[in-house]
Design a protein. Structure first.
Length: 450
């Protein structure tokens, strides 16, 4: 089992592509019997897949009781969208970014909506001190409203907009769900509230000095399902004669050779320029494949043997059982096999490493943050993660037969390398707050501490 577990990659936040859901399916009527069958299928999937639901769910009896109540209430036909609104409220009870129920292929479906003549909320957003703040237009063009927090959308106070959306989003904590919602707001607003051709918003400036009411802006028709380029996802810049910064927005890329070549070239430059301090920014990194940081980063900065977790619990699934194991069993153990430092790496970096973390840092990124902090390879900088330091992984996916809603569940749990503190977020060694609309502010604040 240990050998199999070490080969499993941690997949971040429903990144697997499942069966496509169409706009027509969202509006399709399904019957109470079909909805109840889908809920039974979901519970059966959780039972067969999840190693320990109580690991993240504060009250498992409340969760199952909520399912029973929803089942009893399903006595009228409804659309798939309405069914999603009823059942997705359970995501906040599950308290895990790797466990939940969602409308499948969110980005593609939102693009279909736009292609069919619809529109979406036109701003890119971020949560800052629990306020939803505008950073730019959704197509990344600048906005005069940058830095303003939203107080109303189409007549609804912002809390009336956020509360139902945050309850329906999967995530480890409220901060984690806020970080996810900020990035997915256009999709979730449309899925829950429906199409709007025009948005009327009230906003207030950061210091509350200026309030602007009844701003009318048309819905965005810009292309939505746009994949970020490699250059947008991975960046290396030299900040001064002693400092460089690596920005890594995903630990997943289709052409891994391209990524590994980029990382080797970055560390080659660090060596040639005699850089003393390296900043690695993973604030916008929601996870991916562990080998992207094990091979792509640890092989350059680790100076002693290391492990990415201490203990594990894993559910034995069909096709994954080793000799002597039974499907359905939960196996626990310790990861006592250390990875050796690549001391002979010609581009090994011996200077100071600082890793920037935040509310969105999750999944494989948390495993990376745990590893470098617990082994002393780097200092973590910024704010606590929204996700827990103990992470779930090995995400399995299923499309429910009638609604075609996507359900997902992990098959293993990992404790951080030093052990303990599973339910707490990852805390930085150097805690620094900053204006979230000005992310480079954190870098400047860090450099001022040297």
């Amino acid at each position: 089992m240990l050998r199999r577990l070490l080969l499993i990659l941690s997949i971040g936040l429903l990144s697997c592509q499942l069966q496509a859901t169409s706009l027509a399916k969202l509006n399709e009527i399904i019957q109470p019997k079909q909805m109840r069958e889908d809920l039974t299928k979901w519970l059966d999937f959780l039972d067969k897949t999840h190693p320990d639901l109580s690991y993240t769910v504060a009250d498992t009896e409340l969760f199952y009781d909520s399912i029973r109540k929803i089942k009893k209430s399903l006595n009228q036909p409804m659309t798939v969208r309405q069914f999603w609104r009823e059942i997705s409220i359970l995501n906040s009870q599950l308290s895990d970014g790797h466990t939940g129920i969602a409308i499948d292929n969110r980005r593609q479906l939102t693009q279909q909506h736009i292609d069919s003549g619809g529109g979406v909320f036109p701003f890119s957003l971020v949560f800052d001190n629990n306020k939803l703040v505008i950073t730019s237009l959704i197509d990344n063009q600048p906005s005069k409203l940058k830095g303003y927090s939203i107080e109303k959308i189409n007549g609804l106070a912002i809390n009336q907009v956020l509360q139902p959306l945050l309850k329906r989003l999967h995530g480890d904590s409220l901060r984690h769900r806020q970080a996810l919602l900020a990035k997915r707001f256009a999709s979730y607003y449309w899925q829950y509230f429906g199409n709007a051709e025009t948005f009327i918003i009230d906003v207030v400036s950061r210091n509350n000095a200026t309030k602007i009411s009844n701003i009318s802006i048309s819905a965005s028709k810009a292309a939505f399902n746009v994949q970020q380029s490699f250059a947008e996802t991975y960046q290396f810049i030299v900040l001064d004669d002693q400092t460089a910064k690596l920005t890594i927005k995903e630990f997943i890329w289709s052409d891994k050779n391209h990524y590994f070549a980029f990382m080797e070239d970055a560390f080659k430059q660090v060596k040639a320029l005699k850089i003393k301090k390296l900043i690695i920014d993973i604030r916008e990194n929601g996870g991916g494949d562990d080998d992207m940081w094990k091979k792509g980063i640890l092989s350059y900065i680790a100076n002693k043997p290391w492990r990415h977790a201490s203990t594990y619990r894993v559910k034995i699934l069909e096709g994954s059982a080793d000799e002597g194991e039974t499907v359905g069993d939960v196996v626990s153990g310790e990861l006592d096999t250390n990875n050796l430092a690549k001391i002979d790496n010609p581009y090994r970096f011996d200077g100071d490493v600082y890793v920037l973390i935040g509310a969105y840092t999750y999944s494989s990124s948390i495993l990376f943050a745990n590893t470098v902090q617990d082994h002393g390879f780097a200092s973590l900088v910024g704010e606590k993660t929204g996700g827990k330091s103990g992470q779930t992984g090995g995400v399995q996916n299923l499309v429910l037969p009638h609604s075609q809603l996507a359900v997902f569940s992990p098959r293993f749990l990992l404790a951080r390398p030093q052990g303990g503190h599973d339910m707490k977020p990852v805390s930085p060694n150097i805690a620094l707050s900053y204006d979230k609309t000005q992310p480079e502010q954190l870098v400047k604040s860090l450099m001022q501490t040297w």
